[in-house]
Design a protein around this ligand. Structure first.
Ligand SMILES: NC(=O)C1=CN([C@@H]2O[C@H](COP(=O)(O)OP(=O)(O)OC[C@H]3O[C@@H](n4cnc5c(N)ncnc54)[C@H](OP(=O)(O)O)[C@@H]3O)[C@@H](O)[C@H]2O)C=CC1
Ligand SMILES: O=C1OC[C@@H](O)[C@H](O)[C@H]1O
Length: 400
């Protein structure tokens, strides 16, 4: 076997998820059976100072010769960077990803990809025009657990999927927890609210089970009916959002299929931490697949077939834990001793794409990401939620 190819990452921003991702990135891929590639970190950039980027590199265990930059421009201009990971708040993804694409860099961009579909269409056009890889970092899609669930569906275990319930909700007390309104979870200038941060996972489960498992020619955009309860004195971030989706499908593919995607920062999928309630239920005439919370990092599935057979599986993340992520953010789940966090699967996909010349993620291409953004746009339209013009704009560059 030939020597593994090493992909050199540049990390754009130094906050919570950048730290978790980078620690996971530096776990040896052989610990999860991946032997044809390796990852390294050659640079990180902070918008506030090079010193902050240096502290970040040290804290994440990056190689000692990795460069620390005090601006994102310097990072995307670094000739040693093969791919940029964008880890700023949603509000900034469009500007930051465009910066990297304009500099000729492939990009893995955190979820939600952008604030609206127009921005994402502009990024996809730019990536295609320049022949660059571009993927949304919806890490959950790349978990072996998700691959298994999709395989069960395409193998016909439960028959054609007729209905999906998907919830990703984390209870908070925003008036107390985020009293001054500056936190990215509620701050409209950072595209705060449940939908873009947590609801994206409910929609991910709907789309990866009901839409992505269909042959290309059968996939059609859903009809959308949405309700939003908006938060705060100015009502400019959503607190609880409910989306009913109806996917048109030919009769020989099971006919139309329905889904309900829900999200909230007020009530929880797992009340008092009780994770025995399946947040995701995928139903067909022959049975049901259940996925247990949290929807963004599930570790447990159950299949119940109509003859009463029950199949339970646990999906711990591989390790070793040393050097891997321990996410302690809002609603963040923790790793068991010795486990990784699970962000390395999406990094492997991006690296494999660079090695093999693919320009999009295999489990969620750009057109599917755009369609999900269209659904979120429609949801906000029906729910009366608009973010500030400066973060909704497609004008590049715009100073945020
Ligand atoms: N996949 C997952 O499990 C998770 C994904 N996320 C996603 O990652 C993104 C970042 O979230 P998270 O890491 O929690 O956020 P943090 O607030 O912890 O970090 C965001 C970083 O972005 C940079 N930044 C640049 N401009 C701004 C600004 N105006 N306000 C705040 N930060 C700014 C800062 O880095 P610097 O100073 O270095 O420039 C900051 O540290 C979001 O899109 C979120 O949805 C978040 C948590 C989990
Ligand atoms: O992507 C995410 O998943 C984990 C949550 O803690 C976090 O708020 C969200 O951004």
């Amino acid at each position: 076997m030939s020597a593994p190819k090493t992909i050199r990452w540049g990390i754009l921003a130094t906050g919570g998820i950048a730290t978790t991702f980078t620690k996971d990135l530096l776990v040896d891929p052989a610990t999860r059976g991946v032997r044809h590639l390796k990852h390294t970190v050659v640079a990180a950039a902070s918008s506030s100072s090079a010193a902050r980027a240096q502290d970040f590199l040290k804290a994440t265990g990056a190689p000692a010769d990795a460069k620390a930059y005090g601006s994102y421009q310097e990072l995307v201009d670094d000739a040693n960077v093969d791919i940029v990971y964008v880890a700023t708040p949603h509000s900034h993804h469009y500007q930051n990803t465009m910066l990297a694409l304009e500099a000729g860099k492939p990009v893995l961009c955190e979820k939600a990809f952008t604030v609206n579909a127009a921005q994402l269409r502009a990024l996809a056009d730019k990536a295609r025009e320049k022949g660059l890889f571009l993927m949304e970092a919806v890490w959950t899609r790349y978990f072996p657990l998700s691959v298994y669930v999709r395989d069960q569906i395409t193998a016909g275990r439960i028959g054609p999927v007729a209905r999906v319930f998907a919830d990703n909700s984390v209870a908070s007390n925003p008036e107390v927890q985020w009293k001054d309104g500056s936190n990215r979870m509620v701050n409209p200038d950072l595209a705060g609210g449940a939908l873009l941060d947590l609801g994206i996972y409910s929609l991910t489960w709907v789309f990866q089970t009901l839409y992505h498992t269909q042959p290309q020619e059968v996939r059609k955009p859903p009809k959308v009916l949405a309700a939003m309860k908006n938060y705060g004195p100015t009502k400019d971030a959503d607190e609880t959002t409910t989306i009913v989706l109806s996917f048109p499908r030919p009769a020989d593919a099971g006919g139309d299929a329905h889904a309900i995607a829900t999200t909230s920062i007020r009530v929880a999928t797992s009340p008092a931490g009780n994770q025995d309630i399946p947040g995701i239920r995928i139903q067909g005439p022959d049975g049901e697949i259940q996925v247990f919370p949290p929807a963004f990092r599930p570790t447990r599935t159950r299949i119940i077939l109509k003859d009463g057979t029950v199949e339970e599986k646990n999906w711990s993340q591989p390790g070793p834990g040393e050097g891997s992520g321990w996410h302690t953010g809002f609603g963040g789940s923790t790793n068991a001793e010795g486990e990784g966090h699970g962000m390395f699967w999406e990094a492997d996909e991006a690296a494999d794409a660079l090695i093999n010349g693919r320009k999009e993620g295999r489990y969620e291409g750009l057109d599917e990401s755009i369609l999900i953004m269209d659904v979120m746009d429609e949801t906000r339209k029906q729910g009366g939620l608009k973010y500030p013009d400066k973060i909704e704009t497609t004008k590049y560059p715009t100073q945020l």
